[in-house]
Design a protein around this ligand. Structure first.
Ligand code: ADP
Length: 509
C-alpha cells in the first residue's frame, strides 16, 4: 500500500490533521532557514503572526539557552535527510521562554535542488504523554512529506509555466512585498528576480523611476487596486528603460482557499507592436479616406451638373443611370466620412468643444434634416423634447451627429407606415433623450454586438437598407466622451428604443 496522502482516505487524513495540528505549531523553512509558512498554532505558541514570522530566519525563536553545537547537530541531522526529534528551549515574541517538543524533517524533490524543512512544535506544558506526542508528530510529518513533495512538484511546474510565458508576472502581498516574480519580470525590468523576491516594491523606487516614463502611475495603480480588493484592473503604462515599451498592466486580487485576500497579481504585457500596428492601420484608413474625398466630390459634382441638364438634354434611361451613380457616390462619401471619424476617434484626435447646449435645438435640427425622407416613407414622427429641459455641457457638432445617427437608423429600420418618436426627460442629474421606433427590432444576441465596429444584423431588411455598421460605434464613443451612456432595448418585429444619457452640469441647471 502506498502512503501518499492523495491515496489516504480523505476523512482519515482530515482526522489526523485536525487533531494534531490543533496542538502542534507547524513551520516550513527553505534551505537557507528562512521561514516560508507557519500555521495558527505556531502563532498561539510563539506569539508571532505569519506576517511577522514569514521571511525571517528560524533563529527568530532562539533563546540563547543552547550552544551552537546543539543547533549544529540539528542542522547536520536534517541536512543528511533524517528526522530530528528532541526538546528545546525557545523564546516567544514577548521575551518569555518556553520548552517545546520538536520534530523536524527535510523535504526534497527531483525538480528542485533546494530542500524545505518542516518542523512540528508542541509546547511541553500541553504534553501529557511524551511518547504519544512524539509519535503523533512523526506520523503527521510522514504524511506531510509526500504531500509537500507533491505540492512542491506542482509548484515547480507552475513556476516553470509562468517562467515560460512572455508576460512579466508579479505577486504583491497586502503590505506591498513582492512575493513572487517570474523570469520575464526580471528580463523586462532589468532586475534579478531572486534578489527582489520578498522585498517591498517601494524599496526599488529609484529603479522604477528609471524604468517607467511616469512611475507615479504604476504606484497609483498599485494603491488603487489594493483599496478595491475585488475588482480587476487594466491600464497602459509606458516603459522607457532598458527598452521602450507600451505595457498593458492587468491586475486581479488573489485569494487562498479560505477566501482570504493574499494580495494582487500584476501581469505586464508588451503591447508595443500591437499598438503600433493599430496606429498604422488607423493612419492608413485616414490617408485613404482623405484621398477618396476629392475624386468623390468631383464625381458627385459632375453627376449633379449632368442631371441638371448642363451637358445637354438626357434620356430617361440616362437620368436613371446618373441617379444610380449619384446614390452610390453619396453612399461612398458616407462610408469615407464615417471611416475618417472612426480613425480620428481611435487616434484620440477629436477634442470636444464643450458649451452650454439646449438639446431641443439639436433635436429640431436633426428632425428638419431628415423630415423629407421620413415623410416620403410615410412614417409618423412624434417629438416631445421640451425647451424647458436643463442644458447640458456638450459639443453641439458631435451630439448632433449622434441624434442624426439614431434618428436615421429609426427611419431606415422602420417599414413604411410605422411610428418614430423622440422624447426628452430629466432624472437624477441626467438628461435622457430617447429615440423609439416601431420597426424591425433586433434579437438579444444582436443587441450585444450592436456597438461593435462594422456590425450589421443579418436580416434581409437591414441588408436592403444599406449602411456601414459604424454609426452606433461612433455614437457610443462620442456619448462616452461626454461622460454619458447609450442604452438599447428592442423586441424583434416590434421595434427598438435607443436612449442617450448625458450628465447635467449643475452650473447650467
Ligand atoms: P448602419 O445602420 O450604418 O448599418 P449602425 O452602427 O448605425 O450602422 O447600426 C448597426 C446595426 O444595428 C444596423 O446595421 C442594424 O442591424 C442595427 N440597428 C441599428 N439601429 C436599429 C434600429 N433602430 N432598429 C433595428 N436595427 C437597428
Amino acid at each position: 500500500m502506498t502512503n501518499l496522502p492523495s491515496a489516504l482516505r480523505k476523512e482519515e487524513w482530515e482526522k489526523i490533521r485536525a487533531s494534531v495540528l490543533e496542538i502542534n505549531g507547524v513551520l516550513v523553512a527553505d534551505s537557507n532557514g528562512i521561514i516560508i509558512w507557519v500555521n495558527d498554532t505556531f502563532t498561539r505558541i510563539t506569539g508571532y503572526s505569519p506576517e511577522e514570522a514569514i521571511g525571517k530566519k528560524t533563529n527568530l525563536l532562539k533563546s540563547g539557552y543552547h550552544d551552537s553545537e546543539f543547533y549544529k547537530d540539528i542542522w547536520d541531522t536534517i541536512t543528511s535527510g533524517v528526522v530530528w526529534s528532541g526538546v528545546l528551549i525557545n523564546r516567544k515574541k514577548d521575551g518569555t521562554f518556553y520548552t517545546e517538543l520538536m520534530s523536524i524533517i527535510p523535504v526534497k524533490t527531483e525538480e528542485s535542488n533546494n530542500a524545505y524543512y518542516i518542523a512540528m512544535k508542541e509546547d511541553m506544558k500541553d504534553i501529557h504523554n511524551w511518547k504519544v506526542s512524539e509519535k503523533q508528530q512523526t506520523t503527521v510529518l510522514d504524511g506531510v512529506v509526500p504531500l509537500m513533495t507533491e505540492l512542491e512538484e506542482a509548484r515547480c511546474t507552475t513556476d516553470a509555466m509562468l517562467d515560460a510565458t512572455s508576460e512579466a508576472v508579479m505577486l504583491l502581498s497586502v503590505n506591498d512585498k513582492m512575493l513572487w516574480l517570474n523570469r520575464a519580470f526580471g528580463r523586462f525590468f532589468s532586475l534579478v528576480a531572486q534578489d527582489a523576491i520578498g522585498q517591498p516594491f517601494h524599496n526599488f523606487n529609484s529603479h522604477w523611476d528609471k524604468v517607467f516614463e511616469d512611475s507615479s502611475k504604476i504606484m497609483n495603480i498599485i494603491n488603487s487596486v489594493k483599496e478595491n480588493q475585488i475588482s480587476e484592473h487594466r491600464e497602459t503604462v509606458n516603459q522607457i528603460w532598458p527598452q521602450k515599451r507600451e505595457l498593458d498592466v492587468y491586475s486581479a486580487p488573489v485569494e487562498n482557499v479560505r477566501k482570504e485576500y493574499l494580495g494582487h497579481l500584476f501581469v505586464f504585457r508588451d503591447v508595443t507592436r500591437e499598438r503600433e500596428l493599430e496606429r498604422m492601420k488607423s493612419e492608413f484608413v485616414s490617408l485613404v479616406s482623405h484621398e477618396f474625398r476629392t475624386p468623390l466630390t468631383s464625381i458627385r459634382g459632375y453627376t449633379e451638373m449632368m442631371l441638371e441638364g448642363d451637358a445637354g438634354e438626357l434620356t430617361n434611361e440616362q437620368t436613371d443611370f446618373l441617379k444610380t451613380i449619384l446614390r452610390n457616390a453619396d453612399n461612398l462619401a458616407e462610408i469615407v466620412n464615417r471611416l475618417l471619424v472612426v480613425s480620428r476617434l481611435e487616434a484620440g484626435a477629436i477634442k470636444l468643444d464643450l458649451r452650454k447646449l439646449k438639446i431641443h435645438e439639436i433635436v429640431d435640427n436633426a428632425v428638419e434634416l431628415l423630415r423629407p425622407q421620413i415623410d416620403a416613407k410615410k412614417l409618423k414622427l412624434k417629438v416631445t423634447v421640451h425647451p424647458s429641459l436643463p442644458a447640458v455641457e456638450a459639443d453641439s457638432q458631435w451630439i448632433n451627429q449622434v441624434i442624426i445617427n439614431l434618428l436615421s437608423n429609426a427611419y431606415k429600420y422602420t417599414p413604411s407606415g410605422g411610428i418614430i418618436s423622440i422624447s426628452g426627460e430629466e432624472k437624477d442629474g441626467f438628461l435622457y433623450i430617447k429615440v423609439t421606433d416601431s420597426g424591425i427590432g433586433m434579437s438579444t444576441d444582436e443587441q450585444e454586438k450592436l456597438f461593435t465596429k462594422f456590425f450589421r444584423a443579418e436580416n434581409p431588411e437591414t441588408i436592403k437598407a444599406g449602411g456601414t455598421g459604424l454609426g452606433l460605434w461612433i455614437s457610443r464613443s462620442l456619448v462616452e466622451m461626454h461622460g454619458g451612456k447609450i442604452l438599447v432595448t428592442s423586441i424583434p418585429g416590434k421595434g427598438s428604443a435607443f436612449t442617450i444619457k448625458l450628465p447635467i452640469k449643475s452650473k447650467f441647471s
